[in-house]
Design a protein around this ligand. Structure first.
Ligand code: ZN
Length: 363
């Protein structure tokens, strides 16, 4: 860790807007690995020094009981990559469903302890005891002032976090192809990688704010609001980061506190959400109705919320003869047998699969 000499170092890092680009680069430095440098055998690849200790996150990943990976059989893996490349090439439209596994593959694991979290949220980890972003987002803070210090830091973190390689490469891969992305991720990676109008943020975006009631439809994405909050943040003698009471973000309509635009019981399925939903339904509906070849490509979707991506993809593929379904997941890849030749599952790391798709000889 490059920071850490002061308990407030990570917090102070948030406080200077002119350092935000530098912060983004240091976030990258704090990553325990590059997704290109991983190998299935647990060693690090090119670019890493010999004998470098395996990072903690990767040890955790290895600790999970993963099923046999397709990459263990190179011939099988290559056949599947070629089949997927053909499906993308031949498709009139690609509908991509992206889950948390995509960000994990990019090196952004928000569900487990990581060097990245320790780096960016050190003050909060010390003050409140949680050690993952997910736990922090569902932490019951004692005061609004403490809650909003964390909210602002999370928003800034997502804004500064570089767009992960799998996202960038997938966007490039699909750039000449009709495509639409449906995602359950709230980390801002999809909207920063793909063109406006080509995605539906089903669960929201942690960089955005809404009225906590909500009393209106509007969703706010204003970096200056976040920067103002961060500039006003201070750490008390008790080591707890706080925003001054008079700086808490409040709804201009009803004066209730604002809240991150992330799905909970008061999530605003407002104008922006409905526009994205309409665009998705129009895209998918029109292509299917026209009998086009539609590839439903499910990437890193867990079984936590199957009703959003997985089950509709299965259903639409089953109903339309020109639809295909491909599931890529290193932990739980499957395709219903009822889809027959129109379904394929790849048990493999997403970053590696997307790398393999980049060129016919890159694998
Ligand atoms: Zn309101």
């Amino acid at each position: 860790m490059r920071l850490g000499s002061s308990p407030d170092a990570a917090l102070l890092r948030h406080s200077f807007s002119r350092e935000r680009i530098q912060f983004a680069w240091e976030l990258l430095d704090a990553l325990p690995f590059s997704s290109y440098e991983r190998r299935e055998d647990g060693t690090s690849g090119s670019g890493a020094s010999e004998g470098a200790p395996i990072n903690r996150l990767y040890v955790q990943t290895l600790g999970q009981p993963l099923p046999p990976q397709d990459t263990e059989d190179p011939a099988l893996y290559m056949r599947k990559v070629e089949q997927l490349a053909s499906l993308i090439n031949d498709a009139d439209a690609v509908v991509v469903g992206i889950g948390s596994g995509m960000s994990t593959s990019a090196g952004y694991d928000f569900y487990h302890q990581s060097d990245l979290f320790d780096f960016a949220f050190d003050s909060f980890r010390r003050a409140h005891g949680f050690d993952t972003l997910f736990d922090g987002m569902y932490h019951m803070f004692s005061t609004n002032e403490e809650q909003w210090a964390f909210n602002a830091a999370v928003s800034d973190f997502a804004e500064c976090l570089p767009v992960g390689a799998p996202y960038r490469k997938l966007a490039m891969l699909l750039s000449g192809k009709e495509h639409f992305v449906l995602t359950t991720n709230v980390d801002g990676q999809v909207p920063r990688a793909f063109a406006k109008g080509s995605y539906w943020l089903f669960q929201g975006d942690m960089r955005f704010l809404q009225c906590s009631q909500p009393c209106n439809d509007e969703v706010v994405h204003d970096v200056s609001v976040t920067m103002g909050l961060l500039a006003s943040m201070s750490v008390g003698e008790d080591g707890v980061p706080r925003i001054p009471t008079d700086r808490l973000s409040r709804c201009p309509e009803c004066n209730h506190l604002m809240a991150p635009w992330v799905r909970d019981v008061n999530f605003a399925e407002g104008r922006l959400w409905r526009e994205q939903k309409d665009a998705y339904e129009k895209f998918v509906g029109n292509h299917l109705a026209a009998g086009h070849r539609v590839l439903f490509l499910e990437l890193g979707v867990s079984s936590m919320t199957p009703a959003i991506i997985k089950l509709p993809f299965w259903s639409m593929t089953e109903r339309y003869d020109n639809a295909f379904y491909v599931c890529v997941n290193r932990a739980e890849a499957s395709a219903p047998q009822q889809l027959g030749q129109r379904g394929m599952a790849m048990t493999a790391d997403l970053a590696r699969v997307i790398d393999s798709l980049e060129g016919p000889r890159s694998y």
